[in-house]
Design a binder for this molecule. Structure first.
Ligand SMILES: Nc1nc2c(ncn2[C@@H]2O[C@H](COP(=O)(O)OP(=O)(O)O)[C@@H](O)[C@H]2O)c(=O)[nH]1
Ligand SMILES: [Mg+2]
Length: 194
């Protein structure tokens, strides 16, 4: 839910990076953090363990510029991928304005990706949101790896009707990271009605 504060002329919105554990969500957010003007970003905040880099979530606040004369602040979150953090994922999804679904292109991670995509739909429904109502972009990440599936095969699974914009990424090198982020932001901004 985009929050508009007309008194201080500020719009707040929330983007969530969703996907299976180790698909590259934190890597996307870290790349964004490292490559934007420090004047436009707040502190990146992550709760991590030694084994998986994100325990509950990552959080990065960014100032994007102005929209219709109002400052646009974006809160970027990622969720923890492991199955048992379901309630924290649902909490992070609450009030989100746009979703980037990060697919791990490695063949052996397809089941985990599919489970995560279904989990996203379930958790949105539990928050009374239908996936179709919310801007969503799909990112096929880790396409640099030799065991990566072809984009056609992944599209068949996650985007057979080509309803969503897709990006072929290597977040580790920053490939398609900003294209993905700009696209989801463009979709969210389009929906802002003030
Ligand atoms: N080869 C390759 N490794 C990646 C890529 N993106 C992320 N990784 C690595 O995959 C691991 C998990 O990434 P992370 O961002 O922590 O995943 P998260 O659980 O979705 O947040 C890390 O070791 C990253 O360096 C990529 O595009 N290519
Ligand atoms: Mg992470």
């Amino acid at each position: 839910m985009v929050l508009v504060n007309k008194i201080i002329k500020e719009i707040n919105c929330k983007i969530v990076y969703y996907g299976s554990g180790l698909s590259g969500k934190t890597t996307n957010i870290e790349y964004i953090y490292s490559n934007i003007d420090p004047a436009n970003r707040g502190k990146m905040f992550s709760i991590k363990t030694d084994t998986e880099r994100t325990l509950f979530f990552d959080f990065l606040p960014i100032n994007i510029g102005t929209v219709k004369g109002m400052k646009l602040r974006v809160h970027v979150y990622s969720v923890a991928g492991q199955v048992f953090y379901d309630s924290s994922r649902r909490l992070i999804l609450k009030g989100c304005d746009g979703i980037v679904f990060v697919v791990d292109a490695q063949k052996e991670r397809m089941d985990a990706n599919i489970e995560s995509f279904n989990n996203l739909k379930t958790n949105l429904l539990m928050n009374s949101v239908i996936l179709e109502k919310i801007p969503l972009v799909i990112q096929y990440n880790k396409t640099d790896l030799p065991n990566a599936m072809s984009v056609d095969e992944m599209r068949n699974i996650f985007n057979p009707e080509e309803k969503y914009e897709e990006f072929v990424a290597c977040a580790l090198e920053g490939k398609s990271v900003f294209d993905t982020f700009k696209t989801i932001m463009r979709m969210v901004i389009k929906k802002i009605d003030i």
